[in-house]
Design a binder for this molecule. Structure first.
Ligand SMILES: [Zn+2]
Ligand SMILES: [Zn+2]
Length: 146
């Protein structure tokens, strides 16, 4: 188990996440691009394994029928993507890798919505890539992405 601290830009929201695995994913869907200002690199952490402080500073938006996104109301940092619908991933946190005080030692496992990635950049290394159609075929429209 790998316990890591993290927080938003201004420090009003802090968290402690217990990572049972250190692989993370990148989503290139257009909603993530607009929300994060670029690709969304995040690690999945089970609901019970994140302890937040400064919760009064956390706002949420229902960004799709099945998920919410949260941010710090003081500084605007994006804090999480969370599937809210009943599913295997329901309640889990997708925590942006950049929030961790120390984000070293994590491993890029896969990129999703790869066909939505701008052609101006690419992530190096060997990892799984899934197109939008492949994501939908795998998970339906009720899980990751969007
Ligand atoms: Zn903040
Ligand atoms: Zn996305």
């Amino acid at each position: 188990m790998d316990a890591r601290m993290g927080g938003c830009m201004c420090g009003a929201v802090r968290f402690r996440a217990t990572l049972s695995h250190t692989a993370f994913g990148v989503c290139h869907c257009k909603m993530c691009q607009r929300w994060a200002g670029g690709m969304f690199a995040a690690i999945t952490v089970p609901h019970a394994d994140v302890v937040w402080s400064g919760q009064a500073q956390i706002a949420r938006i229902q960004s799709s029928d099945w998920a919410q996104r949260g941010w710090c109301t003081t500084c605007g940092s994006g804090l999480f993507y969370q599937v809210t619908r009943e599913s295997a991933q329901g309640g889990d946190w997708e925590i942006p890798v950049g929030l961790f005080d120390d984000a070293n030692g994590l491993t890029l496992e896969r990129e999703i919505y790869i066909d939505r990635k701008p052609d101006s950049y690419a992530l190096a290394g060997h990892h799984q890539t899934l197109t939008e159609a492949e994501v939908i075929a795998l998970y339906g429209s009720t899980s990751e992405g969007a």
